[in-house]
Structure formats: C-alpha cells, structure tokens
Design a protein around this ligand. Structure first.
Ligand SMILES: [Zn+2]
Length: 325
C-alpha cells in the first residue's frame, strides 16, 4: 500500500494560491512555444559567427542557411525570394515557408520578422539579439509548434506563411520587394503579424507591468476588427497589457512606419506589429546581446502571438478592411 502524504501547511497554502490564483488571473495561453527552441535558435542567430547579419554580407548568408535548415527539419519546404539590393551593392533574399491550411488553403495569415541586422561597425559586432533575433527565433519556434499540431491533425484552417525578411535595417527593402512581388494573393491575406523586438523589458518603462506587457502597433489602421480580435483573445488567455501607446496620433516616433508590417499596410493588408517598446538602452548598440533577453516575458509574448495567429487563421472570415487610414 502506498503512503498518502498529507500536504504540510506550507504546501497547502501554495496549493490554495495556485487554485485561486488561476481563477483570478491565471488564464493560460492556448498554445505554447518551446522555451528551449527559442533559446537554441536565438543563441545561434545572435552569435558572433553570424557577424551581425548585415544584408549583403556572408554573415547574413549563414543566417539564411540556418533558417532554411531549421524549416527543413520541421518538415517544411523553405524557398528564397531573391532581389537586387536597391543601393546596387549586391543581392539579398527573403526566406519563406508555409504551412498549408486545412479548410481554406488559398487564404493566408503572414507571420513576419526580419533576420538582418547592422553587421560590423567600426570593428564591433552588432549581434542584434533583440533586434530582430528575437522575432526570427520566435518565427521558427512558432512554425515548429504549428507543425507539431498539424501532425496531430490540428493544423490551421488557413495557410500560415512565415517570412523572414532581409534589408529591414537598410530601409524595409525585403518587405518592400515582397509587397511589390508577392508570392501569394495579398487580397486574401487576413493579416500580417509582424514581430520585431519582443525579447526585452524596456528599461525606460516605469509602470508596474514590466513582466506582463507587449506594445501593439497598427490597431488604428485598415481593419476595425483587429483591435477587437486582439482584445477578445487576450481576455480569454493571458490578460497581457496590450500597450497601444505607439498607435496614438500624438506619438512622435512614427513606429507604424518603421518595420516590415508597413509594407503590407501600404497595400491595404491589415497588419499588426508586436514590439517591446525599446527606443533607447541597447537599441541599435553593439550591446544588444543574447544575455540581455528576458526569457519569461519573451515566451509569454510568443505564446500570445501564436494564439493570435491561430485565431486569425481559424476564424470564419478574413479580417474586414473597413478603415480608410
Ligand atoms: Zn528591427
């Protein structure tokens, strides 16, 4: 016979906390991105071996090969979209991979992140762990989770297209090229979900929510359903602080125009941009390193973004395009 050990008072209090804690705040993410996968991908992408991944250099080519082999290991068939660099200094490429939708395969959700960064400047390597190693690693880890679900017959209803863009730091080159030469019908893209810098807590943030927020940009534009969909999902899952400060018309930083989602928005595609809000500190400094990543909040954000991708992929209709801005 087994001995049944009664919980000690301390354990009992812990048990109570978890029981009621869960009822009070603790809604969980529906999908989980593996922390181990995030760490493994980001460690490699932000290593000195990739030499800061500047567009047009051997360092970013290493990153491109890494992305391709990671997608292949998951059972996906990545492809390259090559383009001539607008400054005529050579060629660059975007890396694409897609998971075919179960019931609406010719409608799409795009998940995007840029895999380039600033390279080597004055002899210093700019590893870009947060910018945008964090988005690129998130993209790979999400694809991995979705492929596992697909193998269990629980894949997305619409096709999910993963795009790692190059040339972002040079001026959104890769996404501009894609938007002018799309490989899919942009009128059938429900939403571009762009991820650029989600791995840190903004050191300049003074509110008490530092471990539980993400900045969400783009909710004022193109689709009134975007904000509603984000809010409804969040209420039923992690209850993160979805900070819309960069969507305020008064915000001087013009964040909406500063990452790859803008090239989708420009073509009338609803687009949302997830971001940790960092504008100072290690942003665009050689100190944007792997060791600075805040894994807990990074993983929370990844889980939320993946939940959002799946919810948009599976909802009855495409997000409607009813706003003029
Ligand atoms: Zn970036």
């Amino acid at each position: 016979m087994k001995i049944i050990k009664l919980p000690s008072t301390k354990q009992f209090v812990t048990l109570l906390f978890f029981t009621f804690g869960t009822l009070a705040f603790g809604q969980q993410a529906i999908h989980q991105v593996s922390l181990e996968h995030l760490k493994n991908h980001l460690k490699i992408l932000s290593s000195d071996a990739m030499a800061g991944r500047a567009t047009g250099t051997p360092g970013i080519e290493k990153a491109a090969k890494y992305l391709e082999s990671a997608f292949q290991r998951m059972g996906l068939k990545p492809s390259r979209q090559g383009y001539k660099m607008p400054d005529n200094s050579g060629k660059a490429c975007n890396i694409l991979a897609q998971i075919e939708g179960k019931s609406m395969p010719s409608e799409f959700v795009v998940v995007s992140a840029h895999y380039d960064h600033l390279g080597i400047v004055n002899g210093e390597i700019y590893n870009g762990a947060d910018d945008d190693g964090s988005g690129t690693a998130a993209l790979l880890a999400m694809a991995e989770t979705l492929m596992e679900l697909k193998k269990q017959g629980r894949g997305p209803d619409r096709t999910v297209v993963f795009i790692a863009f190059s040339g972002e730091e040079k001026g959104l080159w890769g996404s501009d090229y894609f938007s002018e030469h799309p490989t899919i019908d942009l009128t059938k893209v429900s939403c571009d979900v762009n991820i650029d810098m989600i791995g840190r807590i903004d050191p300049e943030r003074t509110t008490a929510d530092t471990n539980h927020y993400v900045c969400v940009v783009g909710q004022r534009h193109i689709s009134s359903e975007l904000k509603l969909a984000l809010r409804a999902l969040n209420e039923n899952t992690q209850n993160l602080i979805l900070d819309g400060k960069f969507d305020e018309q008064s915000d001087p930083n013009r964040i909406f125009y500063r990452s790859d989602h803008y090239n989708f928005a420009k073509k009338g595609v609803p687009a949302v941009f997830f971001y940790d809000g960092m504008l100072g500190g290690d942003y665009h400094e050689p100190t944007d390193d792997f060791e600075k990543i805040d894994w807990d909040v990074y993983q929370k954000r990844c889980n939320f973004i993946l939940d959002f991708v799946v919810s948009v992929a599976n909802r009855a209709d495409l997000l409607k395009r009813d706003l003029t801005e």
